[in-house]
Design a protein around this ligand. Sequence first.
Ligand code: CDP
Length: 202
Amino acid sequence: MSFTIAIDGPAAAGKGTISKAVARHFGFAHLDTGLLYRAVGAKTLRGADAIEAARGLQAADLEGDALRSPEVAQAASKVAVIPEVRAALVDFQRAFARRSGGAVLDGRDIGTVICPEAEAKLFVTASAEVRAERRYLELVDKGHETSRDNVLADVVARDARDRDRATAPLVAAEDAVLIDTSEMDIDAAVAAAIAAVEARRP
Ligand code: CDP
């Protein structure tokens, strides 16, 4: 049996935490597709060509805390506008989505492009200020030196690049359930996500 849960939304909306909790709840596998773009972005920061890096991506490239840095996030959103980079990553994501036993994928285009036939689609969002504050606290916790203003500017720049690109722009699928986490704590957001998925289960 395959059952795909697509979780999309803008930067730092809480998709990662929600996706992990939803996957754990249903006993499904989880793929953070942002890591694929972050891994390609990280390679370009070391001088690689983006398209070649995407075509040659290995599982080991997805490991390491360095992928979580703000520099890598910006590089990820720059390589993510390149159609050939996106195309190189499609098959892996689609195979993961349809694996037996169920899968949760989080990203920007899962419900629209990668898996439009997903059984459950969520679009997780929050105000830019709330998202930036959460990401700021996360980065400081991991020892990054940054300021709230820098993080907000990064988030806003990345959202604009993700929304305005021609290929697979960030947009909610028409049949996605919208979850605005601006005024929710993480437990409430996870509960809302699980309830939305339950409603789609046979
Ligand atoms: O964790 P956060 O929401 O900050 O970002 P991420 O999900 O790790 O994604 C990093 C960047 O990869 C995004 O800003 C997008 O440009 C790109 N991305 C994408 O284009 N499509 C996806 N399915 C996932 C990420």
